[in-house]
Design a protein around this ligand. Sequence first.
Ligand code: PGA
Length: 252
Amino acid sequence: MRPLIVIGNWKMNGSLASNERWIKAVCKGMEQGMPAGRQFAVCPSTPYLAQCSALIQKCSLAFMSLGAQDVSPHVSGAYTGEVSASMLKELACSYVIVGHSERRQMHHETDELIAEKALQALDHGITPVICVGESFDERNSGRAVEVVRSQIAKQVTVLQDRLADCLIAYEPLWAIGTGKVASAELAQDMHRAIRLQLAEFDEDVASHVGILYGGSVKPDNAVELFAMPDIDGGLIGGASLSPQDFLAICQA
Ligand code: PGA
């Protein structure tokens, strides 16, 4: 049985003061009771990881952890601006997002680079959250499944059965930050297609991998999405900035 996992992606938002308020409010809300068997995490911007790590450790809830928004594909060395997986591990990061569509688009990240980043994370005991998804035009031209299949295929080639220790986030680009959420049925169809593709490689990997949905998840659509058999949780952008909305989605 795969656990339900909800991960907040704050993107380039936050401040020392607002992060502290958020973590205190969410921990307090979670202490009042969360459905059993779920895992939650929040991914702040890199400069805030140490602060958020300390605050999360202080509230010591076994099911609430920290994630990062990106990681270097390199171990260490002359890579100005990069952050290594060992640094994230020292800050107690349990997850790292790789291949978010904003990085694919704005920083020209390729599937090969994303797989290298995922490998670095895995080598340091951090769960990579590998993002895939099609654009509006790709969906409209009937190529959504083909596009996502090719993104997944590259990950399978590089990561092989280590994919069992990864999470995949299906995030259709047309649904990110637009308020246009994919219907639960549409999302389920793509999640199913991803799982079937993984099963072509290895049935065991396919049944273990958590596949999260991301793109305009809100408290009022989370219940329907999370009820789908192949949707194992969510990667939440905008709505994760509000502690109340994040808690409501975690409870969905
Ligand atoms: P959104 O972002 O929830 O604001 O649509 C999701 C994401 O980019 O991970």
